[in-house]
Design a protein around this ligand. Structure first.
Ligand code: SAM
Length: 223
């Protein structure tokens, strides 16, 4: 069987007791996006289960062999560098292949960046669209226009060096008065959750260097 195991997005205490037990006792191999990152987490909890690389560059080639091992009786866990595998991270291809092969898959509930960003933002969270990363070039404007027209909140993942470009484009398509939030460095020492109209966020973040990981939450057209 395959366990999908969410891991902390910053604060290493954000891991469930069950996740630790599965990683420590239930599986023979942990498939990891970056084995060095995961080793750091495992060392913190004194877990010695062997690691194997499984990332965006080898997942297509690796899936068949892994599914064959699982179908033959192995039990493995899949983790990503942070948060929940499959959410803007590798995972979907393996889960689909497991389901097609009749291999049991269980996803443990746990950390993911967009939920705390959305809930802490103060932007309506009763209905929302998760977009993840926008395409960098082709299709970006089409996607932005689609998002701007949504009647409910939408959520983006963004890297710090593209934040200003993203806020500029969002201000253009949604208007400067649309409420939004930049949630930065969640669960870490310098966590910042800033909610304001897009025009104000753009002005504020234009005046300083922005570091760290971030989620952008934007209110829907009708809010
Ligand atoms: N699988 C992860 C999840 O479940 O959220 C997402 C992985 S994706 C490759 C990485 C992106 O998640 C970052 O660029 C950022 O947008 C967001 N992210 C991850 N950790 C974060 C944090 N501590 N604070 C804010 N955003 C974070």
């Amino acid at each position: 069987m395959l366990y999908i195991v969410p891991t902390p997005i910053g604060n290493l205490e954000d891991i469930t007791l069950r996740a630790l037990r599965v990683l420590r006792e239930e599986v023979s191999v942990i498939l990891a996006e970056d084995t060095r990152t995961t080793r750091h987490l495992l060392e913190r909890y004194d877990i010695r289960t062997p690691l194997r690389a499984f990332h965006a560059h080898n997942e297509h080639a690796a899936v068949d062999k892994i599914v064959a091992e699982l179908a033959a009786g192995a039990t493995m866990a899949l983790v990503s560098d942070a948060g929940t595998p499959g959410i803007s991270d590798p995972g979907f291809l393996l889960v689909r292949a497991c389901r097609q092969a009749g291999v049991r898959v269980e996803c443990l509930p746990g950390p993911t960046a967009f939920v705390p960003a959305l809930v802490a933002s103060g932007v309506p969270c009763d209905r929302f669209h998760f977009e993840g990363f926008l395409p960098h070039k082709k299709g970006r404007q089409t996607r932005l226009r689609y998002l701007a027209a949504l009647p409910h909140t939408f959520v983006l993942y963004e890297s710090p060096h593209r934040l200003l470009r993203c806020l500029t484009e969002l201000t253009e398509v949604c208007g400067p008065g649309r409420m939004a939030c930049v949630a930065r460095e969640l669960t870490k020492v310098f966590e910042e959750v800033r909610t304001a109209p897009l025009g104000e966020l753009l002005a504020a973040f234009s005046q300083r260097e922005v570091k760290g990981e971030m989620v952008i939450v934007v209110a829907g057209r009708e809010e």
